[in-house]
Design a protein around this ligand. Sequence first.
Ligand code: IGP
Length: 275
Amino acid sequence: MTKVGLNLLDQTFETLKAEGKTALMPFITMGDPDPETTVEILLQLERAGADIVELGVPYSDPLADGPVIQRASERALVRQITIPKCLEIAQAARERGVKLPYVLFTYYNPVLQLGLESFFELVYDAGISGLIIPDLPYEESQEVLRLADQFNIKLIPLVAPTSRDRVARIVEYARGFIYCVSSVGVTGERASFHQSVDEFIKSVKEQTDLPVAVGFGISSHEQVSHFSEFCDGVVVGSAIVRKIEDTLPLLKDKATKEQGLLQIHDFVAQLKSGN
Ligand SMILES: O=P(O)(O)OC[C@@H](O)[C@@H](O)c1c[nH]c2ccccc12
């Protein structure tokens, strides 16, 4: 039975567009450093001005991830953070008042381990609005897309400057938004971006009515501001995950946990507003 109804991710982009705003979209690794702290971090991200959040499922072989997110995955895997556990954490954050749309970010193998139908039932029940699977083989994406549509979960594609010739076909099957990868290689902060990135993103925008977001390497207010001039969303992962890593000593001690959470809040807030 196809699940109908409004999708919070779509609604959020529509509202932001009407307000002439760009979505700030943090990525964090779920369960890093532990489930309870992840709930607290999600609350801080929302308070800091995040509009949408990418919930990263830790994985043992994160091919597209740089060292910062690899280390975060390792810390989370020590706590046996599985997809069901990630979804529990997401629901716990909802119960604490987090209203952000959730985009689940997972490699394909953990999905296969659960089985596609079971996976989508769990993800739907957890109130997830979007899904990114960076290593989903194109040949299998039609079945995943059929189920995602059935459960009203937006299957978001990644497009890279190296896949220019495939953009038209990728966009044709896109849902939710288009995730433009700013650079080739793996995730991780970049000091600068090749000037052709702007033109690549603008060329993608010309081929779709869906929102277009950019990610990979963005780590400062200046970079967020630059891309916010022509993107509907800006994803920041490694820079925020590194901030979490840097505050681990504070987060681990009850006496200083609030101070650590506040430092994460302030870092994300300055990404958004620059002050
Ligand atoms: O970490 P960065 O450079 O800020 O990039 C966002 C990235 O973390 C997030 O979207 C993501 C995490 N793992 C990925 C793997 C592939 C594509 C994207 C991702």
